[in-house]
Design a protein. Structure first.
Length: 416
């Protein structure tokens, strides 16, 4: 087993094998976790066709608040791939760039970690249901993720080179690609809030001002789109922030639980100097969730995340869901005390995704990428030091993927 895990080809073999599984899913028209992405493809296909002859048409005309870049790209691809089957197949091929770009990011962030482990971690992307059905049904989440990971790639290169005095190419490229992600899915604008804080911390004032002007220019098409379709600003925002906080923490806990659990089992000493903080965080997290639960109102039939649906299916109540929200607050608070910028980003994510509909796909696999690429934490490199951690994570995500397939086949959540 040791010789097998130490093989330089194990990670690449995993990447290849799981890539093939994605195309198998394409062949069988996989719709893990529901038919949402499939429905989006066919519902908004008239928009794609109309964009072939028009540079811009607001999505509100077709019943969506999505920004148009993804559909503009599909309209150009449709000039080459006139059959939607082959267009989807081509897009499925392109989607492989998401885990590959994740690997390239990891390679910059964790230069002391052997590449085999980085390939294994990147390959896990293929098992996330949201990634799979978005790839298979040519969904905009994939386009946005490609732009987002290109942005983080140049962000990490910029941090590595520490060129904080000039408006470098890495700096310009990261804001350009993040802008493209925003024009695909507008919630990526939340990361501009985080980045502007980081830029203000690190850049000289004159460089910061120049970069702010570049970002302003990049945002001008967005202002024009908002002017022509003001309803885009609404998206799905809701004032029920108490419900959003519980759902968001529960969803983020889903991705953090296996990582923290593996570290607690295999490297418990990493938490030794924070036992007191963990006890305090646990106490306040319980109090906060108990209070928020009194205000919780959400229709679990339209999203809410894995744990909310599991809680309803298994126990016919929200108790398991509340427990995962408590765990989520604890784990996110732990990351916050590790670094102030972690705290800023977590607050942005918790408040920014305040909506009357919150789906797990909004965070998947985006939050998984954020943990390993953007958060400043000693937990990620510690996690990657041990092959057992990766093995346990694979088992966890595989069961999640299998449960999504079973749910889709038996329509469990659809019949709740």
């Amino acid at each position: 087993m040791k010789n097998f895990t130490n093989s330089d080809n194990l990670g690449k073999f995993s990447f290849l094998l799981l890539s093939i599984s994605l195309f198998a899913g394409f062949y069988f028209n996989e719709t893990a976790s529901g038919i949402g992405a499939k429905a989006d493809f066919y519902n908004y296909w008239p928009w794609v066709l109309d964009l072939k002859d028009n540079f811009y048409i607001p999505g509100t005309k077709y019943g969506t608040l999505h920004l148009p870049l993804h559909y503009m790209i599909l309209s150009k691809l449709n000039l080459v791939f006139t059959d939607t089957y082959f267009l989807r197949l081509f897009f499925c091929c392109i989607s492989i760039f998401v885990p590959f770009l994740f690997y390239l990011n990891l390679k910059i962030k964790f230069q002391s970690i052997e590449e085999n482990k980085l390939w294994l971690l990147a390959s896990l992307t293929f098992l996330f249901p949201s990634f799979r059905y978005s790839s298979i049904w040519a969904n905009g989440h994939i386009t946005a993720l490609i732009f987002f990971l290109l942005s983080t790639l140049f962000f990490l290169k910029w941090l590595e080179k520490r060129n904080y005095e000039t408006l470098s190419l890495n700096l310009i490229l990261q804001v350009i690609f993040l802008s493209l992600a925003v024009y695909t899915r507008q919630y990526y604008a939340l990361f501009f809030i985080y980045l502007m804080i980081v830029y203000f911390q690190k850049l000289k004032l004159n460089t910061f001002i120049k970069l702010a002007l570049v970002i302003l220019v990049l945002s001008l098409p967005g202002f024009w789109i908002i002017y022509s379709s003001p309803s885009i600003l609404k998206v799905t925002f809701s004032k029920e922030i108490s419900s959003s906080l519980l759902i968001n923490t529960s969803i983020m806990a889903f991705y953090l639980i296996p990582i923290f659990a593996c570290l607690f089992i295999n490297n418990r000493k990493i938490f030794n100097n924070k036992k007191r903080q963990l006890l305090i965080l646990t106490f306040f997290s319980i109090l906060l969730v108990c209070f928020l639960s009194l205000l919780f109102e959400y229709n679990f039939k339209i999203g809410g995340g894995f744990f909310l649906k599991l809680s309803v299916i298994m126990f016919k109540n929200n108790f398991l869901f509340y427990l995962t929200s408590i765990i989520g607050f604890i784990l996110l608070s732990y990351l916050s005390i590790e670094d102030k910028n972690n705290f800023i980003l977590i607050i942005i994510l918790l408040i920014g995704f305040s909506a009357y509909m919150i789906f797990q796909k909004y965070f998947e696999p985006m939050f998984f990428f954020i943990f390993f690429l953007i958060f400043n934490s000693k937990l990620a490199p510690e996690f990657l030091k041990n092959y057992k951690n990766l093995l346990y994570l694979y088992v966890y995500i595989f069961f999640y993927f299998a449960s999504s397939i079973i749910n889709d086949f038996l329509s469990i959540t659809a019949n709740l």
